[in-house]
Every structure is written in structure tokens, then in C-alpha cells.
Design a protein around this ligand. Structure first.
Ligand code: MRU
Length: 355
């Protein structure tokens, strides 16, 4: 298989052959170890999201759909009410694993809708319908990533330098990814890009995952520390910034991996277009602005200890470890969805999208 296909066609999330477990690549072990995990219990599914074994907003949604389908199969009752109650408990539990990416609750709500829409059906019929729904969520994501990649590619020219933050590639979604999708698609069409991948402190998704995916696909990639973004922009090496998103508010404010808003501020300073790429399921019209987005706070040891042989700060030193930040809509040039490219004023273009 050619290396590009190998990257964009690897199934990082799938159902086991008997359809009772979710099988994932453990992203926390990449790039040094490609280990597959087979998960069945609610606790294992929760832990996999919480520990970023599966991560990236769309991937978390796909995973949650498969996960709750597997859990639904373990509910041993013929009573609709008992089934729906236990299903709801599992849903709430999985939904509490990470708060910021809307795709998690979006996928779980979509699965629960199947249950509430079929009150007259038998439990086994409902479980069969849930199986169809989670497979549909995955299939739709593949199509959405492809469409986002096509729209995104229309914004780039052969030879462009592109800066990206965190990982919004195949591992974070399915197939092409969102922010990295145009790069893979362009490569397929013979275009060359020069990509700068921010390492993305503190969990290093850029170093461990983005540079891995791009390098494996034969795309020119240069890894930089997050605080080097300014110099590569100043040097004239970046013609566009492409990033993913975890929740887009109704006014266009966008939550994405911590450090994204800094990239957007720098891009504005240097006059570089800054594009957010994501499926419309990442847009939360019930959230008026970024101020209402809950930002996940994570363990301080991720900053001080996780990737070091010895702690890098005294034990008593305080750490602040927000996993995401919000990029103000005024810094965003365009939002690329599977339905097209949205431009400011985002209040109007976003509400038009859902009309
Ligand atoms: O904490 P992570 O690794 O799940 O954060 C991921 C990001 O911020 C991505 O940019 C976002 O989820 C979009 S993935 C297509």
C-alpha cells in the first residue's frame, strides 16, 4: 500500500468483529508503539477518552457512538423503561469524561434519540437500530472529512507553507482528518506543501501525532516548539494556518487545543489567513459566545512530569493546565465545514448554515 493511503485509510476506531467491543489505536503510545486496545466496559471507555487514548473531537464522537452501542448490548432486560434508564446512565457517564468537545454529547444525544424515538419497539430491535446509527455516524464522518478537505484545499496553492496546531488529522477523525485533510488530499493530487507542526504542549499531539502522520504520508513537515510559531511566520514561511476545533459558538468564537488562540493572534499580526476546519457537528448554536464554553482543566503533572524522566519543577509549584482555549471570532478568516466555507460575520453565516 502506498504510504499516503496507509495513513488516511487506517481504521483508528472500529467495532470488533463480533460487534461487542470498540477497538482503537492507543494514541497515547504513538509514535513509538502502535498498540490496539479492545474496550468493553463503561469504565474502560471512559478511561480511554479521559486519558486521550482516543482523542480529537470527531474521533471522540465516533468512539462514543460505538461505545454506547456496546454498552446497550449488555443491558439485560426486555422492559423499555429499564433499558432507557440504564442507557441514559451510561450516556451521562461517558459524557462526563471530557467537557469541551461538543461532538461527544452530540453523538451520545444522537444515539439516545434512537432510543426515545422507538418506545414501541422491542429492546432487541432498538439495539439493532443503535448499531446502525453508530455505523452511520462513522460513515458520515468519513464523507464530511473528505468534503472539508476539498473546501480547505481550495484555499491553498501548490508550494504553500502551512502552520498547524495540535492534531486534526486521520487519528483525530476518520480518514483524511479536518485541518490536515487538505494537505493529504493535495498530496494525492501531486501538490507539495511545507508544514510547520507546533509540538503542542503539554501533551505533544503535534509532535507525537501530526508530524508522524504527515511524515508517514510523505508530506514535508517541520516540527517546531509552540513558541517558535512567531519566527517562522516572520520569516515568511507560512501562507496559511489550518487548525481543528472542539466547539464553535454561535458567534464564531472557537475552542480548540490550548495555544490555538496565540497562533491566531500571531497570524493576524503577520497578515496570515487563519482557518478553522471542522464538521458542522462541532458548531454549537446553543452556545452564544466562547465565554459559555467549559474549558477542561487537567492534571498539573502533565506539565511537570509526564514526558520527563524527573519532575521539571518543584513538587510544591502550582500549575495551571487548561486543555483548550477560545480563539476570538475576530481573529478567524474562515470556518471550513463539509457544507462550505463560512466567512464573517459568523453570526450570520452560521445561522444561515442551520436555517
Ligand atoms: O485534547 P485533544 O487532543 O483531544 O485536542 C484535540 C484538538 O484540539 C483538535 O484540534 C480538535 O479536537 C479537532 S480534531 C479534528
Amino acid at each position: 500500500m502506498n504510504p499516503l493511503k496507509n495513513v488516511v485509510e487506517t481504521d483508528n476506531i472500529k467495532l470488533s468483529e463480533d460487534g461487542r467491543a470498540v477497538v482503537i489505536i492507543d494514541q497515547s503510545k504513538l509514535p513509538n508503539l502502535t498498540e490496539y486496545l479492545t474496550l468493553t466496559t463503561a469504565e474502560e471507555l471512559y478511561e480511554a477518552i479521559q486519558q486521550l487514548r482516543v482523542r480529537g473531537a470527531p474521533a471522540i464522537g465516533i468512539f462514543a457512538g460505538y461505545g454506547i452501542y456496546c454498552l446497550a448490548q449488555t443491558i439485560k432486560t426486555q422492559s423499555y423503561d429499564e433499558f432507557a434508564k440504564k442507557f441514559h446512565e451510561y450516556k451521562e457517564y461517558l459524557n462526563s469524561s471530557r467537557p469541551t468537545a461538543v461532538n461527544l454529547s452530540w453523538a451520545l444525544n444522537r444515539m439516545e434519540q434512537v432510543v426515545t424515538d422507538h418506545k414501541e419497539s422491542s429492546v432487541s430491535e432498538i439495539v439493532a437500530l443503535l448499531g446502525k446509527e453508530c455505523r452511520a455516524i462513522h460513515e458520515e464522518d468519513i464523507a464530511m472529512c473528505r468534503a472539508i478537505s476539498e473546501y480547505g484545499l481550495s484555499l491553498l496553492k501548490d508550494g504553500d507553507g502551512v502552520l498547524t496546531h495540535c492534531n486534526a488529522g486521520p487519528l483525530a477523525t476518520s480518514r483524511y482528518g479536518t485541518a490536515l485533510g487538505p494537505l493529504f488530499l493535495g498530496k494525492e493530487q501531486g501538490m507539495e506543501f511545507h508544514v510547520f507542526a507546533d509540538e503542542t504542549r503539554p501533551l505533544l499531539q503535534g509532535a507525537r501525532l501530526t508530524s508522524y502522520e504527515l511524515q508517514r504520508a510523505g508530506i514535508d513537515v517541520t516540527l517546531i516548539c509552540d513558541n517558535m510559531a512567531s519566527i517562522v511566520m516572520k520569516n515568511g514561511w507560512v501562507q496559511a494556518c489550518l487548525v481543528g476545533c472542539d466547539r464553535i459558538a454561535a458567534n464564531g468564537d472557537t475552542a480548540n487545543k490550548i495555544g490555538t488562540s496565540g497562533v491566531a493572534i500571531l497570524a493576524k499580526h503577520y497578515g496570515i489567513p487563519f482557518y478553522v476546519l471542522g464538521p458542522s457537528s462541532t458548531i454549537d448554536m446553543s452556545c452564544p459566545t466562547g465565554a459559555q464554553i467549559e474549558i477542561e482543566l487537567r492534571d498539573p503533572d502533565e506539565i511537570k512530569k509526564k514526558f520527563y524522566e524527573k519532575p521539571m519543577a518543584l513538587d510544591e509549584v502550582k500549575c495551571y493546565n487548561p486543555a483548550f482555549d477560545v480563539t476570538d471570532h475576530t481573529l478567524i478568516t474562515g470556518i471550513v465545514t463539509e457544507k462550505g466555507i463560512l466567512y464573517p460575520p459568523f453570526c450570520d453565516s452560521l445561522s444561515e448554515l442551520f436555517r
